[in-house]
Design a protein around this ligand. Structure first.
Ligand SMILES: NC(=O)c1ccc[n+]([C@@H]2O[C@H](COP(=O)([O-])OP(=O)(O)OC[C@H]3O[C@@H](n4cnc5c(N)ncnc54)[C@H](O)[C@@H]3O)[C@@H](O)[C@H]2O)c1
Length: 268
């Protein structure tokens, strides 16, 4: 479409129905909710996750959409062969692969920097940052073959500031995602591939519940809500709204950008 023509809002909104999205870390939390929302919009999704039990559960939960709309694969995104195989299997299953969301990553509760060993650094940085790099390496050739597409990475408020609940490895990895996003936007813009990031504040859900109960800081969520200008905490659909915008043609000229989803608790 010519950029100056009358814009077809309905088509832009409906563009996701034609998409095939690989969601890394899609078996739980925000990735799972993003997968479900895409299915409800008529899209096809490949849910990729390290955890075979979660993959089995999500495959069962989404069975009503049929195998022509849902594909699942167990893969560790930090292992090149795993993600290459998952991307190739997705493209073969659906005949194409057009979009990718990177929502995978490990975390450790409130870690003082001087206590973090090299192995723990590698676990957090590899699963949150190297995994995104390897996943995008695997999917980009398929997006190029499809004529373009969109990449959306889930960074964090921690990547914009630091985290009160996690550690310096997590902050560094999430800040790294923002750099990776900017670089991919420049390098693959000419292939009609957009790359953007979403930075959620603490999201109410299984991970946050586990984290706060481990730290005995459940009350912090109440305090966070009070400090948030919009008056409540972040929920998964808040994050998914930004993801869907960045995947769809509604954001067709947005690339290299970061969208904060935090109710206004941090404004930059
Ligand atoms: N929950 C929050 O408060 C919050 C806030 C800001 C950002 N984030 C980020 O959003 C993303 C999603 O968070 P969530 O709360 O849904 O997390 P979650 O823990 O519920 O889900 C993450 C999924 O990623 C998978 N995973 C982990 N390492 C993997 C690997 N190496 N390869 C493949 N899959 C792997 C896990 O098995 C899990 O199913 C994460 O990147 C997280 O850092 C979360």
């Amino acid at each position: 479409m010519n950029a100056t023509e009358t814009f077809d809002w309905a088509a832009a909104g409906e563009s996701l129905a034609e998409s095939v999205t690989l969601i890394a870390g899609g078996a739980r939390g925000t990735g799972r909710t993003a997968a479900l929302s895409l299915l409800q919009l008529g899209a096809r999704v490949a849910i990729v996750d390290l955890d075979p039990g979660r993959i089995a559960t999500v495959a069962e939960d989404f069975a009503e959409y049929g195998t022509d709309r849902v594909f699942t694969a167990v893969a560790d995104c930090t292992v090149r062969e795993d993600v290459q195989a998952a991307a190739a299997a997705t493209a073969e299953h659906f005949g194409k692969l057009t979009h990718c969301v990177y929502s995978a990553g490990a975390y450790r509760a409130q870690r003082p920097t001087l206590d973090i060993g090299a192995d723990e650094w590698d676990l957090i940085v590899d699963s949150n940052l190297k995994g995104a790099f390897l996943t995008y390496q695997a999917v980009i050739p398929h997006l190029q073959r499809a004529g373009g597409g969109a990449l959306v990475s889930i960074s964090s408020l921690a990547g914009r500031t630091s985290s009160p609940f996690l550690g310096c490895h997590y902050t560094a990895a999430k800040a790294g995602i923002l750099g990776l996003t900017r670089h991919l936007a420049k390098e693959f813009g000419p292939s009609n591939i957009r790359a953007n990031a979403v930075c959620p504040g603490g999201v109410v859900g299984t991970r946050m519940n586990d984290l706060l109960s481990e730290l005995h800081r459940e009350q912090d969520l109440v305090e966070l809500a009070k400090q948030t200008p919009l008056g409540r905490n972040v929920h998964e659909p808040d994050v998914v709204g930004a993801i869907l915008f960045l995947l769809s043609d509604l954001s067709r000229f947005v690339t290299g950008a970061t969208i904060d989803v935090n109710g206004g608790i941090l404004t930059i």
